[in-house]
Ligand binder design. Structure first.
Ligand SMILES: Cc1cc2nc3c(=O)[nH]c(=O)nc-3n(C[C@H](O)[C@H](O)[C@H](O)COP(=O)(O)O)c2cc1C
Length: 374
């Protein structure tokens, strides 16, 4: 199934509002602090503007000694709270597969789905930071994590289908499984951002929405073709989204200067070094050896080979310019088959109002989005 969140041609989501630093490796003083009243304001602003979803990042500790992600709100409880404070926006949770039992996730998602009358969604992540897993007494096996993820997903889905069953698998041995209530939605949407070959194979079997990165349009277009073929092999369909950092200003120069200021002059080298260290330690062997185009791209991204500035989170493509430039970029994204995008801003509360005021009406005029019903 595909086509979640209504009829807009290009869907939008707010990504990372639950974490200090959002999703930028910047130590600029005005970077996102994730103070709860601000998180609520941004969620409500997005809701009123017709943005389709809120996607939090599941974290258990910061990036080394950096302040980035040092503070983060837990995603299930946040989704329930933000769902109760908004009217139509989708509220996703992010579950780390080995750290949340499928029966817990199924019950929590069903609860959020009832609280929000059918707006819950799940981002399944299989982890990359062994330091976080150690906090739970769990270990991280780069070669097995997506196999475990698939087993987890099957149990989770069987529970949400209302089945009563025992499970004897490779990773889970569970007795007398059942859950009640079932969600309001028949099937809350599932996201995955697996980008390595095993990550993409997992996503093709489990996800309704798959994330990919955008470095060049040509490369991303090839990735989309590959992902669509992988999902078709599974007799499934999925929408493909991209995650981007937006810097929008009245002139291109202002936008470029501001991007340089926070992502280069105020880049946080400790955060990046820690990310690379942890990520490289958890790569599957196939990824380390660059077995496929997906694996080669995953390693290049981890090394930040394609980023202009050190404070740009690896794999987060920067969309920098005037409101018209931004609409042109989104038009190109749509033209290669991307169905939506997750938005990151240095400071969501400072930047989102301008995006809503200047970019969203232009997206409507360009036929990429519809006017929000009041
Ligand atoms: C939009 C998006 C959201 C993500 N959310 C999380 C998250 O909340 N927690 C996490 O540990 N990893 C998260 N990741 C990392 C992915 O799950 C995945 O590990 C990464 O894209 C690399 O793919 P790979 O695991 O196949 O190497 C996210 C990635 C993206 C692009």
């Amino acid at each position: 199934m595909s086509g979640y969140f209504g009829s807009n041609k290009f869907k939008l989501g707010l990504f990372g509002i639950n974490c200090s630093g959002g999703c930028t490796l910047s130590a600029a003083p005005e970077a996102w602090q994730a103070n709860w009243p601000d998180v609520v304001k941004v969620a409500q602003m997005g809701d009123e503007a017709g943005i389709e979803f809120i996607l939090p990042i599941a974290r258990w500790r910061g990036l080394g000694q950096s302040w980035v992600w040092e503070k983060s709100f837990e995603t299930f409880t946040q989704a329930s709270a933000l769902g109760a404070l908004t009217k139509r926006i989708g509220v996703f949770v992010t579950a780390h597969v080995p750290l949340v039992a499928p029966v817990v996730a199924a019950k929590a998602i069903a609860t959020i789905d009832h609280v929000t009358n059918g707006r819950a969604g799940l981002n399944i992540v299989c982890g990359w930071n062994a330091d976080e897993f150690a906090m739970h007494g769990a270990s991280l096996d780069g070669d097995k994590r997506y196999e475990q993820g698939l087993e987890w997903y099957k149990i989770f889905m069987k529970l949400l289908a209302g089945d009563k069953f025992d499970w004897e698998g490779e990773f889970y041995h569970l007795k007398n499984l059942t859950t009640n209530p079932l969600p309001v939605q028949k099937r809350p949407p599932v996201m995955s951002a697996g980008s390595s070959s095993s990550g993409q194979e997992f996503a093709a079997q489990a996800a309704d929405i798959m994330f990919t990165t955008l470095h060049t349009y040509e490369q991303t277009s090839d990735t989309i073709t590959r992902l669509k073929a992988l999902t078709a092999q599974q007799k499934r369909e999925a929408d493909i989204y991209v995650q981007s950092l937006y810097v929008v200003r009245p002139t291109r120069k202002e936008a470029e200067d501001y991007y340089h200021y926070f992502a280069e002059e105020h880049a946080d080298p400790e955060a990046l070094a820690y990310f690379k260290r942890q990520k490289s330690a958890s790569l599957a062997q196939a990824t380390r050896e660059g077995t496929s185009a997906a694996d080669i791209a995953t390693v290049a991204r981890m090394r930040q080979e394609n980023e202009r500035y050190a404070g740009n989170f690896p794999g987060m493509n920067p969309v920098v310019g005037t409101p018209d430039d931004v609409v042109e970029e989104i038009r190109k994204m749509k033209s290669i088959g991307l169905a939506g995008g997750a938005l990151v801003f240095l400071n969501y509360l400072n930047e989102l109002p301008y995006f809503v005021q200047e970019v969203m009406p232009r997206l409507e005029r360009a036929g990429l989005r519809e006017k929000v019903a009041v």
